[in-house]
Design a protein around this ligand. Structure first.
Ligand code: AHG
Ligand code: MN
Ligand code: MN
Ligand code: MN
Length: 332
């Protein structure tokens, strides 16, 4: 922190963001405000999530999204909450959301930032009271402020992210984010309505003993994945898979482990979406000393060609991901 001002465990998110603003010598505070807007929306979604079982917002919404997934009511509610916060905040010009077919052009002449968001991650877990999340990526628009939004403003590779993060609505609610200067985690204190710094400068263990993959799809894996998972079993590693990417990623980030969502016959490009799932977590992973690849390429360097494109994802502790990739390469 170049500001010379101190922060420590227990510092509020607002104060932390303010202190860290000095990391951006030319920043005028808009990115800070945008992070605050996201935090505010996440508090609202947290509240909805916490009482979902009581307020009749569980279950299916009755429509499918652009990728043919059945939307849950909370998918739709979270989408509305985040879009509202991002449009009212004034810093954003365009939004890419899992739940919206097309880019939302906010027609905001002063908005510098583009946000890609998975408003509610792990929606199959909502109705069974298991951890879910929100994932976001923030980019600076490429074309001049005030001019119409162009494709190049939206289709940016992950290396261009200026910030990314996720919220985990888990046994406690946490917000974890990076602006490219390390990764910090904040825990939500319900009674005070504030996020407090609880996990400063998160460092991912270089190695681990946890592997996370949906083993129900193993008949569809290629030989490289099979071989690597067999190696995990021979080494007596622990299998842990929640089915909410945010939760699986967060566990492995803190404890050391690997998350794999490979190509399958059903999903030849994997299932997870590059622009609002893989990129955000890849940025966090790298900032914490972990790695993220699609098996051949660094996730952050993939040039997106469509909004909802999918990518295989191998993410987590450096030694584990490197070994997984070696097995993949052997069988190419
Ligand atoms: P979303 O709920 O945002 O559509 O994301 C679902 C994703 C991700 O959260 C999870 O890791 C993965 O789907 C689980 O897929 P499988 O059920 O195929 O294991
Ligand atoms: Mn979905
Ligand atoms: Mn998701
Ligand atoms: Mn989602």
């Amino acid at each position: 922190d170049q500001s010379g001002l101190a922060y420590s465990v227990g510092t509020t998110l607002d104060r932390f963001i303010k202190l860290k603003q000095s990391d951006f010598p030319f920043a005028s505070g808009e990115l800070s405000q945008l992070l605050r807007d996201i935090a505010l929306a996440s508090k609202i979604v947290n509240r909805e999530t916490n009482r979902a079982g009581l307020s009749n917002i569980g279950g299916a919404f009755g429509q499918t999204n652009v990728q043919g997934e059945e939307q849950q009511k909370l998918d739709v509610i979270a989408n509305i909450r985040f879009i509202r916060a991002l449009s009212k905040g004034g810093e954003v010009c365009a939004i890419v959301s899992e739940e919206e077919d097309a880019v939302i052009d906010l027609q905001n002449k002063s908005g510098k930032y583009v946000v890609a968001i998975d408003p509610l991650d792990g929606s199959s877990n909502i109705d069974v009271n298991i951890s879910i999340g929100t994932i976001f990526s923030i980019y600076r628009r490429k074309t001049p402020i005030g001019s119409p939004i162009q494709e190049e403003d939206i289709m940016q590779p992950g290396t261009e992210q200026v910030a990314s993060g996720y919220v985990l609505y888990g046994s406690s609610t946490m917000l974890v984010y990076t602006t490219g200067f390390g990764v910090n985690g904040f825990t939500y204190e319900h009674s005070l309505g504030e996020f407090f710094l609880s996990h400063p400068s998160i460092q991912a263990p270089k190695n681990g003993t946890i592997y996370s993959i949906n083993e129900g799809t193993q008949e569809e894996w290629n030989s490289g994945i099979k071989e690597y998972i067999d190696a995990c079993k021979s080494a007596n590693f622990s299998a842990r898979y929640i089915g909410s990417l945010v939760a699986d990623f967060h566990r492995n980030l803190l404890k050391g482990g690997i998350y794999l969502y490979p190509a399958t016959q059903k999903n030849p490009n994997g299932k997870l979406r590059l622009m609002y799932e893989a990129n955000a977590l890849a940025f966090i992973a790298e900032q914490a000393g972990a790695i993220a690849t699609d098996g051949t390429k660094r996730i952050l360097e993939i040039q997106p060609t469509s909004l909802h494109q999918r990518t295989p994802l191998f993410i987590g502790s450096e030694i584990m991901v490197t070994e997984a990739v070696e097995h993949l390469k052997k069988h190419q």
